[in-house]
Structure formats: C-alpha cells, structure tokens
Design a binder for this molecule. Structure first.
Ligand code: FES
Length: 120
C-alpha cells in the first residue's frame, strides 16, 4: 500500500477547565489552528469539533449555536449539522468535516487525519 492515514494531535486547551472557560456548556466558538478554522462545540455529551466553514454558503459555524440534540446550527440559514458525523440534519445534503477530540491528563486535543505516502 502506498498511502496510509495518520492522525496529528494538536493541543487545543492546556486543561479541561480552560476548555470549559473558553466554550461554555451549550455554546460554540471558532478557533484558528494554523490555517484551519475549527468550530468547537460544548454539549451535554462533551466537546466536539467540526470544520468551521458552512458548506452551504460559507458562514462561520462558530458564530451559530448548538442544540440539545447534538447539532451545530449555522447562523445564516439555520442548517443543522450532526456534531458526531458532520452530516446535515436539515437543509441540503452537505456535510462538514468532524474532528476527534481527546481529553488527556495534559490537556484537550484535536485530531487531524491526513493521508501520507508510505513508501517503505
Ligand atoms: S450559509 Fe450556512 S446554511 Fe446557509
């Protein structure tokens, strides 16, 4: 096989408390990580992250809100996207890229999967 997938983990917050302070329960926000913009949501099930750019018309999902049903809602045309799968729950059939979140002893991490050459 010439390609393999690997996940790069980046620390979003130094502590879980810092995560709670930045993204209160029931809220969403946009966080820039290098050139990426990520929408981070805090629901009763924990923290979730998806690509910040709404696939419908490019609005920032981090300016929207999240629901008790586990969706992030776009602030412009109110399309709902499932925070676990990224699939649209209403509106068009578009999806947003979900990213895994891990809470570790030394902070809260986000994972970015990429495909890399695997020559040897
Ligand atoms: S821009 Fe997000 S639903 Fe239209």
């Amino acid at each position: 096989m010439f390609f393999k997938k690997q996940t790069t983990w980046i620390k979003l917050f130094p502590t879980l408390e810092a995560a709670h302070n930045r993204v209160a329960l029931g809220k969403v926000t946009t966080i820039e990580i290098g050139k990426k913009k990520v929408c981070v949501a805090h629901t009763s099930e924990g923290f979730f992250a998806v690509n910040d750019k709404c696939p419908h018309n490019g609005a920032s999902l981090g300016s929207g809100f999240c629901t008790d049903q586990g969706s992030v809602v776009c602030p412009v045309h109110r399309y709902h996207f499932d925070l676990k799968t990224g699939r649209a729950k209403s509106g068009g059939g578009d999806c947003v890229q979900p990213y895994p979140i891990e809470i570790r002893d030394d902070g809260v991490y986000i994972g970015f999967e990429e495909t890399v050459w695997n020559l040897f």
